[in-house]
Design a protein around this ligand. Structure first.
Ligand SMILES: [Cu+2]
Length: 174
C-alpha cells in the first residue's frame, strides 16, 4: 500500500501529539494527584431530604466541636440552597455540594471554587475567602432553561464580626 510521504509525516505528527496528551494526563493523575474534583463519596440524590447530612435543616453553615466550619449546599434546578449564607473571611471552609436532580456546576468568582456537582456524588472543596464582600455562587454547567437564573449569594464578613449560626457540642453529624 502506498502512503504519500507528506501524509505519512502528518499522521506521525498527529500520533505524537496524541501520545503527548495521554502522557501528560497519566503523569498528572499518577504523580501530581490531579483527579476528578470529588472525593468519590456517593449519595442517593433522590433521597437527600431523608439523608441525615443533607436534610433541609442541616444545610448551610455549621461549626463543629473543633471549630472547623463546614458548609453544606444542595444544587437543584434552578438554585443553590440555602439561597444566602454568611461565612467569615480568611478562614478555612469545607464546602460539601450535592445535586438533587441533574448535573450542575458551581463557580464562585475570585476563589478556587469551580467544580461539577454530579448527581449521586458529594463534591467536596476546601477554600477560603480572602476579603469580605458579597460573592455570587453561579452554576457553570448548562442544566436546563432556567440555567441563567441559577445562582445564590455568599456574604463574607470580617472574621471577628462573624457569628456562628449553630454550634453543636457533639460535632457535625456524618
Ligand atoms: Cu445548574
Amino acid at each position: 500500500m502506498h502512503i504519500d510521504p507528506l501524509e505519512k509525516k502528518w499522521a506521525q505528527i498527529v500520533l505524537a501529539i496524541c501520545a503527548l496528551f495521554v502522557g501528560i494526563i497519566m503523569i498528572d493523575a499518577l504523580f501530581h494527584g490531579v483527579n476528578a474534583p470529588s472525593n468519590v463519596e456517593t449519595i442517593d440524590s433522590a433521597k437527600l431530604h431523608l439523608s441525615e447530612e443533607f436534610a433541609e435543616d442541616n444545610l448551610g453553615v455549621q461549626v463543629d466541636a473543633n471549630g472547623d466550619i463546614t458548609v453544606r449546599m444542595v444544587a437543584g434546578r434552578y438554585s443553590f440552597f440555602p439561597k444566602k449564607i454568611a461565612v467569615p473571611a480568611e478562614t478555612k471552609l469545607t464546602f460539601r455540594w450535592v445535586s438533587i436532580d441533574v448535573l450542575h456546576g458551581v463557580h464562585i468568582p475570585m476563589t478556587n471554587m469551580s467544580t461539577m456537582i454530579v448527581p449521586g456524588f458529594v463534591a467536596q472543596i476546601e477554600t477560603s475567602f480572602p476579603k469580605p464582600g458579597n460573592y455570587p455562587v453561579l452554576c457553570n454547567e448548562y442544566c436546563g432553561l432556567g440555567h441563567d437564573h441559577m445562582w445564590s449569594k455568599i456574604d463574607v464578613v470580617e472574621k471577628d464580626q462573624w457569628i456562628a449560626p449553630q454550634i453543636s457540642s457533639t460535632g457535625v453529624k456524618e
